[in-house]
Structures are given as structure tokens and as C-alpha cells.
Design a protein around this ligand. Structure first.
Ligand SMILES: NC(=O)N[C@@H](CC(=O)O)C(=O)O
Length: 425
């Protein structure tokens, strides 16, 4: 195996030092390290973070390999500074059996660019009627611990209760896409002043908040673990705050786009801004940012949702919801939070790794720790060109925006997946 000496690098914002990687692990951290056999990576001006971990990625394989594959999504992730991603279950066929989750897990291993941890569906075919084979997926080679019908809400409270109870046996988590379907029929965007003006059917904040309120009560009642996907409203933050104060075992994520963009984007009628849950108001954005800093929202997760051109570049009403996220998440976090490196490491690496139980991830570089890390150039600015993204899809809402920060290198178990800002494999 190879060795790398990252010289003069700031580890999570601290004073510059050297990091020696050997045989897949961090061998030493300290100023003036000497390792003649090692390849030197000049870390001057760069910040080393534990490799980012995404709890919410859509890889589209099997079924929509035209939009993304495990391999192309893994490459996008590595270029975004990620060393592990959790792959959502809304593939075709749905990841609701041991066979499908093992297939995704194996494809991730073959690509070898990030660790791909499959998420299993809660219900058969995401149909919300019968529990999927949660135990078989947990016992499979993929060792699934997170289950989600993301894209759909587990709306039936009895099924949700059963799922929460079931996963307690292996300390699993139900990750809920909180959307009361009866309140969002035909919805196109956030229900508010802009939707009224544009004449588009609204997706009210209460459709999210009502499900989160119900689910924290269910999780409390059965003593199980709930994770709330893509929290998007100020009201949801208040429900979560109260639940956490009572000691409910709930964690929550916010996406980069909900931290930056508002429903005003819909005025362009450009479906690149159509997403589930929808972009909300400036007051919601402010509340989400504050909740992320405070810790009421535990993590940033991308909800990377690649879509083929024909599914996105069409009339707003017919476009699929979702936007790309993996290759821009760190830049958005840096833009929104500023260079608060410890907070960024906490919300984008350490905590998501802990929630998902991903061993060897989310650990700051220290002797003996698996060398999963990423190097960021905080001074660089880059203009997002959709054609240059590694994703097979082009639906980034940040096209031609200039964003701070650039991923210079990513290491997975001591081997570079990205060097000089380019994918290695
Ligand atoms: N977040 C999105 O807007 N889209 C997701 C699923 C979903 O949550 O609707 C997708 O899979 O495309």
C-alpha cells in the first residue's frame, strides 16, 4: 500500500501540521514529519476534514442508470469531499429486499470511490401498505440499519409505529419523508404568497410539521429512533426542539438548498428549482440556519436527486422534483456557515457517521484512524458549470453561480479518490 505525507495542512481549522498516511490509516500527525518513501501532497492553505458523510443520496441504480449510476454518483460524491454515502431506496426495483440492497452495496464496493451504505425501504414497493423485509435487509451483507420510503411518506400511523418497533431489535432507524399526502395533493411549490401570485398549487408547511409532530410522539411512545429527512420549515424546527428537550431519540437533517434558496426562485418557472419538500420562505431559511448551528438540526444531508433531462427540462407541473447536491454541498455550507470548520466537520461528517453507524468514518485524523479525509481549499472560488459535473444529470440549481471552496483531494482508506481536484479512478 502507498503512503502520503500531507504537509503544512490545517486539521479542522487548527494551526498547520503534517499528516502521514500509511497502509490505509493515519500513521502520524505532527509538525515536521519525515517520511522519504511517502508521496508529498502540499497542504499549504488547505483544511483537512474527516471525509464527508451523506445520509441522503439518490444513486438511481438499479432502474434509472440514465440519470445516475452507483459509479457516477460515487464519483460525484468523492469530488464533493465525501467518503461515505447512504443510498436511498426509491430505485426500480425498490430496495425493499435483501437482494436489491446487496446489489447496491456490491456495486458500491466495485466502484470503490466511496463507501455506499444502502438504505432499505420501510414498505414493500414504497406503497405504504405492508412492511418490507426489514430483518432480512438488516441481516444481509449490506447490514442495513436505516430504513426510509423517501420520496413517499410512511403516512399510516400504525405502519409507522410497527416499523419503529421492529428496528429496535437491531438499533435501527426509520428516516421519514415528512409529508402528509392529503395536504399536498397536486402541490407544486411552497404554499404562500408566491404560490398565490403564480397560481401554483401550494405544499403547506403544516403538511411536514404535522407528520414530524406525530412521529416524534410515536418514537417516544415505543422508545425507538426516528430520523427526519430534509427539514424545511421554521415550524418543524420548533417541533424538533420540543421533542429533543423531552429526550425523544430523534435526529434531523437539512439540505444545502433549503439553507440557501427560497420559494422566490419559482418566479422563474425553471423546474430546476422544483424539489420536495419545496423551497420555503426567507424566514424558514433563517430558522433552519440557526437550528443547524444550535444543533436542533443535527446534520446537513444533500438529498442529491439526479434527474434525466426529459424529466426536468419540461413544463414546471410535469417536472420531477429534486436537485443535485453532492458536488456543491461543502461550498454551500461554507457560504452559509463561514469557515466554522469544527461545526462543518460535526454536521457533515462526525454526526452523520455516528447516526448511520458507519465505522471508520467521521473521525478526525489521529494515529491509527482509517484515513478517510478530504482537503478543502477555502480561498478558492469556482463557478459551477453543469457540463463539468461528474453526475450523469445536470439539474443543479447553482449553475453559473460562483461559490467559495474547492475540494482538492479526498482519501478513502488511505488511497486518493480525488487529487488536484480531479477524480483519480
Ligand atoms: N427530493 C426530491 O425532490 N426528490 C427525490 C424524492 C422526493 O423526496 O420526492 C427524488 O428521488 O428525486
Amino acid at each position: 500500500m502507498s503512503s502520503y505525507l500531507i504537509s503544512n495542512v490545517s486539521v479542522v481549522g487548527a494551526a498547520p501540521t503534517d499528516v502521514l498516511i500509511r497502509d490505509g490509516v493515519v500513521a502520524a500527525v505532527g509538525a515536521g514529519l519525515d517520511a522519504p518513501e511517502a508521496t508529498v501532497v502540499d497542504g499549504t492553505g488547505l483544511v483537512a476534514l474527516p471525509g464527508l458523510v451523506d445520509l441522503h443520496t439518490h444513486l438511481r441504480e438499479p432502474g434509472r442508470e440514465d440519470a445516475e449510476t452507483v459509479e457516477s454518483g460515487s464519483r460525484a460524491a468523492a469530488l464533493g469531499g465525501y467518503t461515505a454515502v447512504c443510498a436511498m431506496a426509491n430505485t426500480s426495483p425498490v430496495a425493499d429486499t435483501a437482494g436489491v440492497v446487496e446489489q447496491v452495496w456490491r456495486l458500491g464496493r466495485e466502484a470503490g470511490l466511496v463507501d455506499v451504505q444502502p438504505i432499505g425501504a420501510v414498505t414493500v414497493g414504497l406503497a405504504g401498505e405492508h412492511l418490507a423485509e426489514l430483518g432480512a435487509m438488516a441481516d444481509s451483507a449490506a447490514r442495513v440499519r436505516i430504513f426510509s420510503d423517501d420520496g413517499h411518506c410512511v403516512a399510516d400511523p400504525r405502519l409507522m409505529r410497527r416499523a419503529l418497533e421492529y428496528v429496535k431489535a437491531f438499533d435501527g432507524i426509520i428516516a421519514q419523508h415528512a409529508e402528509e399526502p392529503r395536504l399536498t395533493e397536486g402541490a407544486q411549490m411552497h404554499e404562500g404568497e408566491v404560490s398565490t401570485r403564480l397560481g401554483l398549487t401550494g405544499w403547506p408547511a403544516v403538511a411536514e410539521e404535522a407528520i414530524i409532530a406525530r412521529d416524534v410522539l410515536l418514537a417516544e411512545h415505543v422508545g425507538s429512533r426516528l430520523h427526519v429527512c430534509h427539514v424545511s420549515t421554521a415550524g418543524s424546527v420548533e417541533v424538533l426542539r420540543q421533542a429533543k428537550a423531552r429526550g425523544v431519540r430523534v435526529t434531523a437533517e437539512v439540505t444545502p438548498h433549503h439553507l440557501l434558496l427560497t420559494d422566490a426562485r419559482a418566479e422563474t418557472y425553471d423546474p430546476v428549482y422544483k424539489v420536495n419538500p419545496p423551497l420555503r420562505t426567507a424566514a424558514d431559511v433563517a430558522a433552519l440556519r440557526a437550528a443547524l448551528v444550535e444543533g436542533v438540526i443535527d446534520i446537513v444531508a444533500t438529498d442529491h436527486a439526479p434527474h434525466a433531462v426529459e424529466d426536468k427540462e419540461c413544463e414546471w407541473a410535469y417536472a420531477r422534483p429534486g436537485m443535485l447536491g453532492l458536488e456543491t454541498a461543502l461550498s454551500i455550507a461554507l457560504d452559509v456557515l463561514g469557515p466554522q470548520w469544527d461545526l462543518i466537520a460535526e454536521r457533515m461528517s462526525r454526526t452523520p457517521a455516528r447516526i448511520a453507524g458507519l465505522e471508520g468514518h467521521g473521525l478526525d485524523p489521529a494515529p491509527g484512524v482509517p484515513a478517510n479525509l478530504t482537503l478543502v481549499d477555502p480561498a478558492a472560488r469556482r463557478t459551477i458549470e453543469p457540463a463539468e459535473l461528474a453526475s450523469r444529470s445536470r439539474n443543479t440549481p447553482y449553475a453559473r453561480m460562483t461559490l467559495p471552496g474547492r475540494i482538492v483531494a479526498t482519501f478513502l482508506r488511505g488511497e486518493p479518490t480525488v487529487l488536484d481536484g480531479k477524480a483519480v479512478l
